[in-house]
Design a protein. Structure first.
Length: 134
């Protein structure tokens, strides 16, 4: 691809190509008469534009439409699925089971402690104090 003679003229010519105004058009025409580099670069840009204008606008084929429709249906189905998926349900049940186990362990521990105290009370009769005379 050909280069312009300076960045300033490149910007002016690019500006002219995107938004042509009479003032810029006159400046560009005067400049390309004396500058072969800019004339060549402008001709190349205009040639590419002509080729692009000649190409027909193509629309996506039926296969694309079919795949797009399937994808949209899949996304809609995903959105309609319940909020809790299997992983979340598993986590909820696991948390509940662990909580119940902790409560049962505390209950059993307290019962065990009570039974140990009762056994101690049964094994050790209360000690009677012996009072000795003075």
């Amino acid at each position: 691809m050909n280069d312009f003679c300076s960045e300033n003229w490149e910007r002016k010519i690019q500006s002219f190509l995107h938004q042509p105004t009479q003032g810029v058009k006159r400046e560009v025409q005067d400049h390309i008469r004396i500058c072969p580099a800019c004339k060549s670069a402008l001709d190349e840009h205009l040639g590419i534009r002509k080729v692009l204008k000649v190409l027909p606008d193509e629309e996506p084929g039926e296969e694309f439409d079919r795949r797009l429709s399937r994808r949209i249906q899949f996304i809609k189905q995903e959105r309609n699925r319940p909020v809790f998926r299997y992983f979340e349900v598993f986590n909820i049940f696991f948390t509940i089971i662990i909580g119940v186990m902790i409560v049962v362990l505390f209950f059993l521990f307290s019962r065990m402690a009570e039974s140990i105290e009762k056994k101690k009370d049964k094994q050790d009769p209360p000690k009677q104090e012996v009072i000795l005379p003075d």
